[in-house]
Design a protein around this ligand. Sequence first.
Ligand SMILES: [Zn+2]
Length: 133
Amino acid sequence: MWLKILLRAWAAPYSALGLLLGAPVIALGGHWRTRQGALEIGGGRLGLLARRRRFHFAAITFGHVILGLDAATLEAVRAHEQVHVRQYERWGPLFGPAYLLSSVVQLARGRRPYWDNHFEREAYAKAASGTRG
Ligand SMILES: [Zn+2]
């Protein structure tokens, strides 16, 4: 129990950002629910707008908050986003800079900043194998 509290506190700055970004989604008709220790927020008018604009976006994780287009999308990407939740718990406030640094390093090597990013590769691999992180 104490470990869970510490991990939540360690990732709390990003969770606060997720809540801040999720508030307008809920205010505009979105939904929220908890799954596997994370708060999932999605849908509503902003979800519809993002879907209509065909953003290349399905979901994004900030600490223990996952923002997604809608409930179906959140369910489909849950395993991947849960790996990101574990990464936030591991890296805490350092996760953002570490993620960006990984993208910059990949870009400098002529690779793809998203698909070759260390954290994304880990999330896709663990989600595919059924490992949460
Ligand atoms: Zn990802």
